[in-house]
Design a binder for this molecule. Structure first.
Ligand code: PNS
Length: 160
């Protein structure tokens, strides 16, 4: 069975990677799918985000189960085009739930066959988010607990 793991991934963090690995343990194929055009002021281009994901996971034993995609438009349309009915989303804390429930129900309203499966990353990663990581990079903080080395380097280059 194939699933989609969508997000901005601007950039990918250890939290995303934890969720991605969990998904590969459950499904045959996981399409990690970068949303293009959702946030106008993203730090990395979609191509850079794809490259960072590729570099971060290419050494993993589950790499062969992952495909890296980009999409613009509605996620449900991308899912339908690829004949996939299940979306994976990571939830970290209660504050994520309201937004995630709304999005899951909206996606199912748009296409009744689409379901969203929520996975929780390891608890020590629950506070990691793309926005906090970008802020730490902006102030030249230590990124090593939150993102892989290649991502930390790319962030430092962007904010230098
Ligand atoms: O990592 P993010 O920013 O929380 O991911 C949000 C994302 C990209 C999954 C969401 O914004 C999305 O699916 N955007 C595509 C447009 C769409 O289908 N919107 C309807 C959702 S109700």
């Amino acid at each position: 069975m194939k699933v989609i793991y969508p997000g901005s991934f601007d950039p990918i963090t250890y939290g995303h990677l934890d969720v991605l690995e969990r998904a590969t343990n459950m499904f045959d194929k996981v399409l990690i799918t970068i949303a293009v055009n959702t946030r106008k002021n993203s730090v990395f281009t979609p191509e850079e985000r794809s490259e960072l994901i590729h570099e971060s996971i290419s050494g993993e034993p589950w790499f062969h189960k992952v495909e890296i995609h980009q999409f613009s438009g509605l996620l449900v349309d991308f899912a339908q085009k690829n004949n996939i009915k299940t979306l994976i989303r990571g939830v970290r804390q209660f504050s994520d739930y309201e937004y995630e429930f709304r999005m899951a129900l909206m996606n199912r309203k748009l296409n009744k066959d689409i379901d969203t499966l929520f996975l929780m990353p390891r608890e020590e990663l629950t506070f990691v988010s793309g926005s906090l990581v970008r802020e730490i990079a902006c102030w030249k903080g230590d990124l090593s607990p939150f993102v892989p080395v290649n991502v930390a380097k790319a962030l430092m280059d962007k904010f230098s």
